[in-house]
Design a protein around this ligand. Structure first.
Ligand SMILES: NC(=O)c1ccc[n+]([C@@H]2O[C@H](COP(=O)([O-])OP(=O)(O)OC[C@H]3O[C@@H](n4cnc5c(N)ncnc54)[C@H](OP(=O)(O)O)[C@@H]3O)[C@@H](O)[C@H]2O)c1
Length: 355
């Protein structure tokens, strides 16, 4: 593989923002160095690029450490006093780490959890660690549209600064919700679509809407022909990656539709050591567990997107380790404009009774 990567490298002399582009490969990925960089900086940049191309050494904890070396230490210092942040799936893994960090930055945090007991346990821990009591639990099952509507109704008095769609799961069996939707699609796509739509009037100026997607979506092209898995044997990994692909496209579509009303972002956290991964992918977990990111590392870009100055962000982009990332690694996964419109229409249709 490194050999084919090396062969695919084409020397280029393009200039990007004053940086010299050393090479690009078939996927359009670039390795750039500052003007006047010495030999060791050039070599470092090439190694960095190849490690990122390996996926394994980008999505794992070493990838985070390597990328974090370029983070701006001042970014963590933003105070969120007076801001209201909502996090779905906030009682576990990445969502809990996100909620804790936002609370530590003095935000009021609403933990949107499907189990009240698990939500209250997370609330106790987060309040104790953050040192204030502006942490609240709201019960919602993101896979059930009625439950999403009830939550939106209860939030009518709120002003929302940050809405984080983090709840998710990779399921091994096909189950259908009371709305006639396959549960993976309902949890990741229909539920978040409806919640976003219902909460638009509640969004504060400069609000942020963030989707926690997954690098797994790189393997899939959007396919709307059978999202309920009626016509083929259920494959949980494909259903999950399809839903995560749909989240990324929807974040772009929401960004177009919301314009200056809110900043919309999707991100992927890398491979993170959470109960969700251990349960859903036990073999992958056993093989990688010593290399997985911590939940705090997985949550880092979510938190950064919630806090970074608007001037550093662009709505509708996909982020990884605080940088814009490509949404496709292969030509075959690219959707057409008609697929994108079809996705929006499908989400409208699936949620129409509840809007
Ligand atoms: N860990 C990774 O390597 C990784 C990589 C890429 C993307 N992600 C994404 O990151 C997000 C967080 O996952 P995680 O790894 O932190 O897993 P996790 O520890 O299992 O947390 C998932 C959270 O989502 C909640 N949830 C699931 N279905 C829900 C529903 N229908 N309604 C409300 N809440 C629901 C869970 O609630 P319960 O506790 O009640 O089950 C839990 O709080 C997910 O969207 C996942 O797809 C994770």
């Amino acid at each position: 593989m490194p050999c084919s990567i090396a062969i695919s490298i084409a020397i280029s002399t393009a200039n990007l923002n004053g940086h010299r582009c050393l090479f690009h490969d078939q996927r359009g990925l670039l390795a750039c160095v500052a003007p006047g960089a010495n030999g060791s900086a050039v070599l470092k940049s090439i190694v960095h690029h190849l490690l990122d191309r390996s996926i394994y050494y980008a999505f794992d904890a070493t990838g985070f450490d390597r990328h974090a070396a370029a983070f701006d230490p001042d970014d963590g210092a933003v105070d969120l006093s007076g801001k209201v942040c909502l996090v779905t799936g906030a009682n576990s893994g990445i969502g809990k780490a996100t909620a804790l960090s936002l609370a530590r930055s003095n935000a009021t945090v609403l933990l949107l959890c499907r189990s009240e007991a698990r939500g209250l346990e997370a609330k106790r821990l987060i309040q104790a660690e953050a040192g204030h009591d502006r942490v609240h639990v709201e019960v919602v099952d993101m896979a059930r549209l009625r439950s999403v509507c009830d939550l939106a109704d209860r939030l009518q008095g709120e002003r929302i600064d940050v809405l984080i769609h983090n709840a998710g799961a990779l399921l091994s069996t096909r189950t259908m919700t009371e709305d006639g939707l396959e549960t993976t699609w309902a949890t990741h796509v229909a539920g978040p679509f409806l919640l976003t739509k219902r909460l638009i009037p509640r969004l504060a100026t400069g609000a942020r809407v963030i989707f926690v997607s997954s690098g797994g979506m790189y393997t899939q092209r959007l396919d709307l022909t059978d999202v309920a898995w009626h016509e083929r044997p259920f494959d949980g990994v494909v259903a999950y990656a399809q839903a995560k692909r749909a989240q990324v496209i929807l974040s772009e579509l929401w960004a177009e539709r919301l314009g200056d009303r809110a900043l919309v972002a999707a991100m992927h956290p890398g491979w993170v050591n959470t109960p969700g991964v251990e349960q859903a992918l036990p073999r992958f977990y056993r093989f990688t567990r010593n290399r997985l990111r911590t939940p705090a590392q997985g949550a880092d870009t979510v938190i950064w997107l919630a806090k970074a100055p608007a001037a550093r962000l662009e709505s509708g982009r996909f982020w990884f380790d605080r940088k814009v990332a490509s949404t496709h690694l292969m030509k075959r996964t690219k959707e057409t404009e008609s697929d994108r419109l079809g996705l929006w229409k499908l989400c409208e249709e699936m949620t129409v009774d509840k809007s």
